[in-house]
Ligand binder design. Structure first.
Ligand code: 5GP
Ligand code: ZN
Length: 117
């Protein structure tokens, strides 16, 4: 799915219809604080355009997906995550995806064990 999904929580955050602590915004990418942080730094980096998840990414999205990674690293740097950070995306309900608008979790500020649960 692509564009804006009317029933999508993150499309509503992009549109300002649901409040969020926005930390970065441009025409293509928005970052905001996770409402239920799993680490001292926990932000979500999302495309403005509705894309369901990684499995829905197409070749034409390559530059946009690269930009998500760049913004994720910028957010970690901005938070002073000098001791390492994690960028992770859950793809599908079986992997823990609960909001079906592509998002990169950026986590830092505590020891991050591997593998995740
Ligand atoms: P997922 O489970 O899909 O990988 O991640 C969804 C994330 O969105 C979760 O970490 C959850 O805490 C966060 N989240 C869910 N609803 C809201 C909301 O209304 N506002 C914000 N800022 N984050 C949300
Ligand atoms: Zn959406």
């Amino acid at each position: 799915m692509s564009g804006t999904a009317s029933d999508c929580l993150f499309c509503k955050i992009v549109a300002g219809q649901i409040p969020a602590k926005i930390t970065y915004r441009d025409d293509e990418v928005v970052a905001f604080a996770d409402i239920k942080p799993a680490a001292p730094l926990h932000e979500l980096v999302i495309p403005v355009r509705h894309i369901t998840n990684v499995a829905a990414v197409e070749a034409k999205d390559a530059a946009l997906i690269g930009k998500l990674m760049i913004v994720a690293a910028d957010r970690a740097r901005a938070a002073g995550a000098s001791d390492g950070f994690r960028v992770v995306t859950n793809n599908g309900a079986g992997a823990g995806q609960s909001v079906f608008h592509l998002h990169l979790h950026v986590l830092a500020g505590r020891p991050l064990s591997w593998p995740p649960g």
